[in-house]
Design a protein around this ligand. Structure first.
Ligand SMILES: NC(=O)c1ccc[n+]([C@@H]2O[C@H](COP(=O)([O-])OP(=O)(O)OC[C@H]3O[C@@H](n4cnc5c(N)ncnc54)[C@H](OP(=O)(O)O)[C@@H]3O)[C@@H](O)[C@H]2O)c1
Length: 373
């Protein structure tokens, strides 16, 4: 969703905060606070004022203490907001230029936050990895966001950003007449300790599988988007499991939100080859935008989950099969969500990874390509 009209501020006062982090007490939220503090009031940073928001002020205060350690917690306001209470969200949005939403699963909690931002003109970012939520929000709130000048950007979490930047960087390296045909990202997680994910991500994945049909229906109900003109034939399907000797990884295709994010950008770029115009762009900004997007080339894009060992790949497949088979019925879902550690073979647990486990985990996103003959 892109802001293109004049921002009609419903409140006469300028917003109090540059940024409010919503859901700041969660597993991801606490790391977002820690990063935000590094930029708060640093001379070169535009982040001059910050507030934290969520439904439990005590927990938020404890999280701020954790994120500030070993320093004393800075005097950052803590605001109460609950996604089931639209008035609290409106109040939040009227106080900030930007809301960074870390409350998930987004299909359960995200829509009221997008709605409040679109209605008030506040900008919105999230860490969502749920294609159906992103596409539904665009359908429902694009017009409103255009009217109020709210910029709504989803999928700003870890894996979507490197995937999209990797595709753009890779595609810009090609100098005519050579052009890319297929770009593949190999996502691998390595650790000296156990690799453990938080329950929030697992729950979002399970609910995504459970509601896969809704995404299909949503797409069917929408006009077809432009298809990019990718030179060369459609790439062959290839094996289910592949071994890339050059990067030392075994890999299996991952039906991930990252591929969807890149495909949506490609469709938007096909419809707007010079990029989407921003709000009140200067001549220099227009030139820069057009110069940048004209060098990004379309390609078939996919993501593969990778491991140094073939056994690691079989574990991914087993977890995928559990979620795929059990996620589509109510009893199966109950089992998956009740026993996350069992059904994810230890990769996800209710209380999430320890700080040590997070510190040791190394996530690698390698982008490979196939040259067009
Ligand atoms: N794209 C990525 O790279 C990436 C990475 C990590 C996570 N994620 C996504 O981010 C989401 C959150 O994951 P997580 O692991 O951080 O989950 P989490 O630890 O369960 O945190 C959820 C946060 O939302 C808050 N919350 C829940 N319901 C709320 C409500 N009704 N009103 C206000 N706040 C509410 C919780 O507050 P309390 O503390 O009061 O319970 C908590 O602060 C998931 O959808 C996950 O898939 C994406």
């Amino acid at each position: 969703m892109e802001a293109s009209s004049d921002r009609s501020q419903p409140v006469s006062q300028p917003p109090l905060y540059d940024l409010i982090i919503l859901g700041a007490s969660g597993f991801t939220g606490k790391y977002v606070i820690r990063e935000a503090l590094k930029f708060l009031n640093v001379p070169s940073s535009p982040l001059k004022s910050l507030a934290l928001a969520g439904r439990n002020p005590t927990k938020l205060a404890q999280t701020l203490k954790w994120a500030s350690h070993p320093d004393h917690p800075p005097p950052i306001p803590i605001l109460t907001a609950e996604t089931a209470d639209p008035a609290s969200l409106h109040h939040l949005c009227s106080q900030s230029k930007l809301i960074l939403n870390c409350v998930g699963p987004f299909r359960l909690h995200g829509e009221p936050v997008v709605a409040a931002c679109a209605e008030t003109g506040c900008d919105y970012l999230d860490i969502c990895g749920e294609p159906e939520f992103m596409e539904r929000m665009e359908v429902k709130y694009h017009e409103k966001a255009m009217d109020t000048g709210s910029l709504v950007i989803s999928a700003c979490g870890f894996d979507s950003v490197p995937a999209e930047l990797g595709w753009m960087f890779n595609s810009k390296q090609w100098v005519g007449p050579a052009a890319p045909n297929q770009i593949e990202a190999y996502l691998s997680l390595e650790s000296e300790k156990r690799i453990v994910g938080n329950f929030g991500t697992y729950e979002s994945a399970v609910l995504g599988v459970a509601n896969a049909e809704q995404l299909v229906e949503l797409r069917r109900s929408r006009p077809k988007r432009a298809r990019p003109a990718i030179p060369g034939p459609f790439p062959p399907k290839g094996p289910i499991i592949d071994h890339q000797k050059e990067i030392g990884l075994w890999a299996v295709k991952l039906p991930s939100a990252d591929s969807v994010v890149v495909r949506r950008t490609l469709a938007t770029l096909t419809e707007n080859p010079r990029g989407l115009p921003g709000l009140n762009e200067s001549l220099e900004q227009i030139k820069k935008r057009e110069a940048f997007w004209s060098t990004v080339k379309p390609a078939h894009f996919g993501v593969k989950l990778s491991s140094k060992t073939l056994l690691g790949i079989f574990r991914f497949i087993a977890v995928g099969m559990f979620i795929g088979l059990l996620g589509s019925n109510a009893i199966g879902r109950w089992l998956l969500l009740k026993f996350p550690s069992f059904f994810s073979l230890g990769w996800f647990r209710k209380k999430g990874p320890s700080e040590d486990e997070v510190g040791e985990c190394f996530i690698q996103d390698v982008v490979c390509w196939t040259r067009l003959q």
